[in-house]
Design a protein around this ligand. Sequence first.
Ligand code: HEM
Length: 212
Amino acid sequence: MREFPSGNGGEGGGGFGPLPSAAREDDALASVREATAHLHADIDARLPIGGGQAKLADYRAHLRMLHCWLGMLAPLRAQAQSPCLRRWLEDITAKRELINSDLAEMFGADEPADDGAAALPDEARAQAFLWGAAYVVEGSQLGGRMLYQRLKLRLSPHPLRYLRGRGEETSATWRRFIADFGRQVRGENARAEAIAGATHAFALLHPLIARL
Ligand code: HEM
């Protein structure tokens, strides 16, 4: 679903408002968006948690799937050369911890077994590839917030910590991410590498969703 809603970004709002104009004008970001829009739409359509009837069991399966996905992406951090990129990729670990705490909340100690790290493709040496993958991970927080608004009452009293993510800071954090992305991903080659990185991150999700 890339028909971005233009609601407000607060706790009660459904969307995150219009994207900042700096992002709209940024070629690399626009190219990555355009190149991966169909992959997002496919995921959105196939995720059981996205349906209006989602239950706690669906949330559990969703979290376990994401834990596995983020586990596959975590090794990318070791390839990051700039502290800025490293920090964004380090956040993958924090996201996995939120998932663990959500699983433990309702289901007791429930740390899922991962499939293990995905083999890093050769292109993962390119820094823009890593930025592309980080774009997908950070972007997924926006969808997470949508789901949080949709499910917080339905799945109450579960706190849905992972979906809530950074709460009201989600929008500001996204703006920071795309500003960093815009500064670091420049030029034709970098743009192609970022598209490859984002495509890689989306592609890892597909077989995991098929198992749900
Ligand atoms: C793990 C699964 C998901 C991934 C990897 C993912 C990835 C992304 C990415 C990369 C973006 C950034 C788009 C951009 O501005 O360039 C994004 C935004 C968005 N996603 Fe997802 N997404 C996921 C699940 C979902 C789901 C389930 C929904 C539906 C509830 C959703 C709805 C949205 C919306 C509405 C936005 C735009 C938010 C805004 O700017 O207002 N996503 N997602």
